[in-house]
Design a protein around this ligand. Sequence first.
Ligand SMILES: Cc1ncc(COP(=O)(O)O)c(C=O)c1O
Length: 399
Amino acid sequence: MLYICRMPTERERLLRHLAPTSDSPIGLNIARAEGVYMFDPDGRKYLDLIAGISVSNVGHRHPKVVEAIKNQADTHLHLMVYGEYVQSPQVKFADQLAAVLPDNLDSVYFVNSGSEAIEGAIKLAKKATGRAGLMSFENAYHGSSNGALTLMGNEEFKHPFYPLLPETSVIRHNNFDDLKNITEETAAVFLETIQGEAGIRVPSKEFMQALRNRCTQTGALLVLDEIQCGFGRTGKMFAFEHFDIVPDILLLAKGMGGGMPIGAFIASKELMSTLSHNPILGHITTFGGHPVSCAAGSACLSVIQEEALIESVPAKEKLFRELLNHPEIKEIRGKGLMLAMQLRDSEQLFPAIDRCIENGLVTDWFLFCDSAMRIAPPLTITDEEIAEACSIINESIQN
Ligand SMILES: Cc1ncc(COP(=O)(O)O)c(C=O)c1O
C-alpha cells in the first residue's frame, strides 16, 4: 500500500509545539512586514491596526532602525550583565531619553520587557520608602509576572495565581473619593497614564493632578506605566504631558525599541541609587539594555523626532474619528492613535473583527473590554491608509 505523507503546515506545527496562550489564536501566517502592512506567504497584505499592541510606532522594519540593528550586530552583541561595562548604545540611548524627560527623570535602568520594568519599580519603591503598600486601579494591566499580576485590576484573571504580593489594594479609576486610601503606609501607586486593556480609558486632568498631590502629601511614589501609551502614541512623547504632572518613576517598553525587546524604569539619580547599595547589586539583569536593542531604540527615538511623527498624530486621530461613521458605533475613546471603537457587545464585535481580517485589516479587542475594537496603527500611517482602514471597518459592522 502506498502512503502519501503530508508535511504538517506551519499553523499545525504552531499548535503542536508552541505553548498556547489561548484556544483561539489569530493564527495569521505573516512572512514579512513593512511600514503599516504585514504580508502572508502568498503576498496577501494586511493593514496593521494593532502594531504588536503599540510596539511598531515607527512602522515595521523602519529602515533607520534596521540599519542601526545591522551596524550594532557588526560591532558587538552581548558583553556583560547590565551596568558593568561602558557600552555606547546604552549610554547614547539613556542620554537621548533624559533629554526628552523632565529633570527628575534622569536615571534610566534598562530591562527586557514591560513586566520587568514593573518588577524593578516595585522593588525600587519598597527600598526607597521602606514601606510595603502597593496600590493600583480597577482594570489595570501591568504585565504577567507575579508582581505585575498583583497590580492587575481584574480578579478573574489574577485569582487562579494567588497568593500574590501582600499589602496591595486596587482602587477605582478616575475616582476622587478613593484617593484617601493612599496613606503613609503606601510605597507606590501604579497607574497606566491612559489605561490600555481596560478599553482605552483617559482620566480627567483634575483627577491626575489630585492623584499627584495625594502621593506627594503622603510620600507615596507615583509610578506611571507608559508601556503602551508612550513614545508619541497619544500625540505627546509621553502621555503624562497631557496632564501637567510628572511621575516619580516612569515605566517604558513596547514602542521603545522600534520592534526590538527593551524596557526601562526611570527615576531620579537619588532615588535610583538606593538599588545599588545595602545590598550592592540590589537589582541586576543579564540581558537588560542589550546593545542591539539600545541601538534600535536610539534610532527609533530619532525617527520619532526627525519625522515629526508626534506632530502628525492629532490630525490622524481626527481623520479616524471623522471617517469611522457607521451608525452602530457607540463611541470612540482615547487620545491620538490609542483609540477604542465601542460597539454594542462582543457578539457584534467579534464577527466584525473576523470580517476586517478577511478584508485585509488586522485588529482585535481588549483584555478587559471585549466589546471595543483596537485602533492602534503605526504612527507613520498615511491619510490614504486611514481612509482604507475606516472603509474596511465601516463595512465590517453589522447590526
Ligand atoms: C500598560 C502595560 N503595562 C505593562 C505591560 C507588560 O509588558 P510586557 O508584555 O512587555 O511584559 C503591557 C503589555 O501589554 C501593557 O500594555
